[in-house]
Design a protein around this ligand. Structure first.
Ligand code: ATP
Ligand code: MG
Length: 509
């Protein structure tokens, strides 16, 4: 910053003006502008593919805009690289993790800016003590010397956040930071955000979770189809108004359905345990039924799904398909028996980012399937088209590399890929994580349609409206055990919360 430049008290921390960014076949940003004040949390909302991440990458020096200006504390700047942006006090915490997995946590935190001794050698002692101080501030329970690739996705996310805290930031952008965090980690993150805010940083917060937006944000700006649609003040608006601005129509998120007509029992689980991860789990799943699994992150729901999919070996109990006891030895075996699992983390879902959309959807998952019949190009495009329409995937064509799709649209490709295998028993783990509210209800409708066609579906979700909306019956889990199961008529927010907190509903009532 030039010495003569003195920011006025009411100058925003960040102002974007007339930003245009095009990619081949896509006008990702069309004359977008908005401002972020110092000490404000400014939420940025929009459907999948609306341009949120692209706008923030322009700000952080990762993309060069075709047109437009960026002002930091009133001064016009050009951001030629992420390091230059960081030097100007702008840091972006990415939606897609972008860490060097083979390096240590500390090296990742100070990537490109390792502290050096006079002869240019890396000062490892300073590096690790500085890095450890930041990890401690974030209450991370791992060491700065740990190799990043050995950390869980959630902890890698914390490293990504730690990286932002090495400078006294003026503008910090969080692009869907909570997608893979547990509730406890979320509390830590929100503390950090409020702390940054108190220190006078301007925060841009991107999320599809309305509850988070309404907890954190001071103002809310909305993008639609690459254009700026307006800014609302949190205290003067409500969810309906925000959704209306975002998708151009109202959504009824509270709609409930009557339970569907179901067929014979497809899957029966009796006294299933897997060490201490979950214990004595019993339930039935019928054809045409959607069974919701609700609980806090860590309640054992994902582990049950992984056991049914042959990724874990149960320590006790039985699994029956169509009344016959089965042993599921591997995912290939599960698929052969008609079970497929859409896993919760996109990073682990085996998308090939450099490969086009069609091939990712039709890509055979498991060794066994590659021996299947030769599939013609035309047939593959037809499969792609089916899910392109059903899931409203936003891409200029099937030829687009999946890596160029927005985060939410990558998630839709993952769902399409597992559906394309035509499983009878479908397990989806957090199916709408990172999906915008409009597409969310479309995916819920799709799940209902599949059930209507006779699929037996398990939906694991941490979002209460989702599980209440999509399920015929809901199983509430707490610490690895099923506490209670509800029909749609019985369930209320209160008894559901009580059950997943381990409180007997009858006793509190
Ligand atoms: N590198 C790229 N090459 C080609 N197209 C791109 C590239 N990056 C983004 N796009 C396109 O630009 C548009 C905006 O994408 P962007 O990632 O900004 O959306 P988003 O609002 O962040 O969505 P989400 O909520 O799904 O993360 C999309 O149509 C996307 O496919
Ligand atoms: Mg995005």
């Amino acid at each position: 910053m030039s010495a003569s430049h003195i920011p006025q008290p009411d100058t925003p921390a960040l102002r974007l003006e007339g930003i245009v960014k095009t990619f081949p076949g896509v006008r990702a940003l069309d004359d977008v502008g908005f401002d972020v004040r110092a000490g404000e949390v400014h939420a940025l909302l929009g459907e999948n593919g609306a341009g949120k991440s692209t706008l923030m990458k322009v700000l952080a020096g990762m993309y060069e805009p075709d047109e437009g200006s960026i002002y930091i504390e009133g001064e016009a700047v050009t951001m030629r690289s992420p390091l230059e942006a960081k030097a100007r006090g702008v840091v972006l915490i990415h939606q897609e993790l972008s860490l060097a997995e083979e390096m240590s946590v500390a090296e990742n935190i100070y990537l490109g800016e390792l502290p050096r001794k006079s002869l240019g050698r890396v000062d490892w002692k300073t590096l690790h003590s500085n890095a450890q101080a930041i990890l401690d501030r974030l209450k991370c329970g791992f060491d700065s010397k740990r190799q990043v690739g050995t950390l869980s996705i959630a902890n890698q996310q914390m490293v990504e956040i730690a990286r932002a805290l090495t400078v006294e930031a003026k503008v910090v952008v969080f692009d869907e930071p909570t997608a893979s965090l547990t509730d406890a980690e979320k509390v830590v993150l929100f503390d950090i955000i409020n702390d940054l805010k108190a220190r006078g940083a301007g925060i841009v917060y991107i999320s599809h979770r309305m509850d988070e937006i309404f907890t954190l944000a001071d103002r809310i700006s909305v993008l639609r189809d690459g254009g700026y649609r307006g800014t609302l003040i949190k205290s003067e608006t409500n969810e309906d108004e925000v959704i209306q601005l975002m998708i151009g129509r109202a959504l009824d998120l509270t709609r409930r359905r009557a339970a569907a007509k179901t067929g014979k029992v497809a899957l029966q689980v009796e006294g299933l345990s897997c060490g201490k991860l979950f214990e004595d789990v019993s339930f039935e799943l019928r054809e045409g039924e959607v069974l919701g699994f609700y609980g806090l992150v860590g309640a054992g729901r994902t582990e049950i799904a992984e056991t049914l999919f042959g990724l874990r070996k149960p320590s006790a109990g039985r699994i029956l398909i169509d009344g016959t006891e089965v042993e599921i030895s591997s995912p290939a075996d599960a698929i052969k028996k008609g079970i497929s699992l859409v896993p919760e983390s996109r990073k682990e879902q085996g998308l090939v980012l450099g490969m086009n959309c069609r091939d990712n959807i039709t890509l055979p998952q498991v060794g066994d399937l590659t021996k299947g019949p030769f599939v013609s190009d035309g047939a593959e495009i037809a499969i792609f088209d089916r899910y392109y329409e059903a899931l409203k995937i936003k891409t200029p064509s099937w030829r687009q590399a999946v890596g160029n799709l927005s985060g939410g649209n990558q998630q839709k490709i993952v769902i399409g890929k597992w559906l394309a295998m035509n499983p009878r028993i479908l397990i989806v783990d957090e199916p709408t994580r990172g999906i915008d509210v409009g597409s969310k209800s479309e995916i819920h409708d799709l799940i209902r349609t599949l059930a209507g066609e006779g699929y037996a579906v398990i939906v694991i979700s941490s979002e209460m409206p989702e599980v209440m909306h999509v399920s015929d019956r809901i199983v509430a889990m707490f610490h690895g055990r099923i506490m209670r199961s509800f029909t749609t008529e019985e369930v209320t927010e209160d008894n559901l919360v009580a059950a997943i907190s381990g409180i007997e509903t009858d006793k509190v009532a």
